[in-house]
Design a protein around this ligand. Structure first.
Ligand code: GDP
Ligand code: MG
Length: 517
């Protein structure tokens, strides 16, 4: 265990995580240069095409420093807020993080939220400024800002280029030097592994991507999945080389996969604990659950209906296939008179929706229509509380209604502050604070989730010429005055067009979300 280093690269989206990972694969000779292609770890077609990381991709590398051979496990994470729970589990699977900041863009909102999460997970953080090869870039300002953020000297911030490879090997050496070796907590012979992602394999069933926290795991052992209360006879354990490769056993400190043989993705949940009791009798298995598990909660619901040459069955089949590589998709059949049978899909957010739509058309060649995005409301009618996910099921009269809220952080250069604040005339956003972070202003506040899914991302980009960035996290719920808005066509309600809207948006009154009504 002494010679293992587990780490992640965290950054705002597009700051160069995957490209830096490519260079690390080369420096460590994990992938031969002639086989190298850009964003090597982004294996999905769409990831490569759109240049975004959707899956968490772990890779095992080796590197010799001062005559010692180190095993380095790197997890390339998606940077976007939609995937923050998944990323938080990956952060718990490692001891260190490279915090990467694009020198041409400086610190952005998800730099801050990712850093905070890494600190929460107790990681050792190494700061690096990327893209120093870009002509005319002056990384000094970004270096100062990052040093201040990390509470360290500017000299300890690394200057790298994922493109040319400059500075990358030195950064890797620093990771080996400062990131602590993993430690095991239990000394009892009991095995525990944290699941931080999963993937379907034709032959081996669902692979649980795991960090072994304690003990050992090998094929044929009978283990428990604690959250789903299922047992699994391990088919195989292995490492990411980066392609999967079986090994004899996985031991404490290591990152690899456990092949469960399961066909059903919902049995293998991110954040769950795989428990290997070995020869011990364990009465209460829950006591061994690793902290931080949460049920996957879709936040946005969108119905997909077949269109053109696509049949409902095609759509259904495509979604069940997609779910094998994306366990966060929540699927339910849906139907309405105008559009026929469809699928109601629960997603993690706007980006997750865009990715899913793009995969349906690209990977499956499907044509489809989608409903307005909606969210889940908690509604109390005649003393009974229900969760309503479909706008058309929203009751006419309710005693009380709650909607999900988010905490939002917007990072914006001074010059765009007024423009960004003007967005308050279109979106209900309750601003709590504005303060300086380096050269930028950080606006923090609360906002209904319903507002976020009304194109907030595009609006914010457009008022700030692309300079503002934001991150968010779900944060409880709040009473609201939402109502169902039916649209009638020739005097008939068209359920697919039904939306839930704020009463005040219909009547023109303005309510202040800063105060409890
Ligand atoms: P990620 O979203 O953080 O994984 O970012 P990517 O690695 O996909 O990089 C985003 C974009 O920046 C891509 O177009 C890369 O080619 C580009 N890029 C990444 N690193 C560098 C670099 O060091 N220099 C330059 N010039 N471009 C880079
Ligand atoms: Mg990436």
């Amino acid at each position: 265990m002494q010679n293992i280093r587990n780490f992640v690269i965290i950054a705002h989206i597009d700051h160069g995580k995957s490209t830096l990972a490519d260079r690390l694969l080369e420096v460590t000779k994990t992938v031969e240069t002639r086989r190298m292609r850009a964003q090597y770890l982004d294996q999905l077609d769409l990831e490569r095409e759109r240049g975004i990381t959707i899956k968490m991709t772990p890779v095992r590398m080796s590197y010799t420093l001062h005559d010692t051979r180190y095993t380095l496990n790197l997890i390339d994470t998606p940077g976007h807020s939609d995937f923050s729970y998944e990323v938080s589990r990956a952060l718990n699977a490692v001891e260190g993080a490279i915090l990467l900041v694009d020198a041409t863009k400086g610190i952005q909102a998800q730099t801050l939220s990712n850093l905070r999460n890494a600190q929460k997970a107790g990681l050792k953080i190494v700061g690096a400024v990327n893209k120093i090869d870009v002509k005319g870039v002056h990384p000094e300002k970004t270096i100062l800002a990052l040093a201040e953020l990390l509470n360290t000297d500017p000299e300890s911030i690394f200057k790298v280029s994922g493109k040319t490879g400059e500075g990358v090997e030195d950064l890797l050496k620093e990771v080996i030097r400062v990131v602590p070796a993993p430690k095991s907590e239990l000394k009892t012979g009991i095995g525990r592994a944290l699941i931080f992602d999963s993937l379907y394999d034709e032959h081996k069933g669902i692979l649980a991507y795991v960090r072994i926290i304690d003990g050992e795991f090998s094929a044929q052992e009978l283990t428990d999945l604690i959250a789903t209360k299922t047992q699994c006879r391990i088919k195989e354990v292995g490492s990411f080389m980066p392609q999967i490769q079986p090994v004899q056993k996985l031991s404490a400190g290591e990152i690899g996969y456990i092949a469960t043989g399961f066909k059903e993705p919902s049995l293998v949940r991110i954040g769950d604990t795989v428990l290997n009791s070995g020869s011990s009798e364990i009465k209460n298995k829950y006591e061994y659950a690793l902290p931080g598990y949460r049920d996957a909660t879709p936040t946005v619901f969108i119905s997909f209906y077949p269109d053109g040459n696509t049949k409902f069955e095609d759509l259904e089949r495509a979604f069940s296939k997609l779910r094998l590589t994306d366990a966060a998709l929540f699927l339910e059949p849906d139907a309405n008179e105008a559009l026929g049978r469809g699928m109601k899909v629960g997603l993690l957010g706007q980006l997750h929706f865009e990715i899913t739509s793009a995969r349906l058309s690209r990977e499956f060649g499907l044509e489809f229509l989608t409903s307005f995005p909606s969210i889940a409301y908690k509604v109390k009618v005649d003393g009974v509380t229900k969760i309503i996910k479909e706008p058309h099921a929203f009751p006419d009269k309710a005693d009380e209604i709650w909607e999900p809220m988010i905490d939002i952080e917007i990072l914006v250069p001074q010059t765009y502050l007024q423009k960004v604040l003007s967005i308050q005339s279109t979106y209900v956003i309750d601003i709590a604070e504005i303060h300086n972070v380096g050269d930028n202003l950080l606006i923090t506040g609360k906002m209904p989730l319903a507002e976020l899914i009304r194109d907030f991302d595009d609006q914010l980009k457009s008022v700030s010429a692309g300079y503002a960035s934001f991150s968010y996290e779900l944060s409880g719920e709040k009473k609201t005055d939402a109502e169902r808005l039916d649209i009638l066509v020739m005097e008939e309600v068209v359920p697919a067009l039904t939306r839930i809207v704020r009463k005040s948006d219909v009547t023109g009154d303005h309510i202040n979300y800063g105060q409890e009504k």
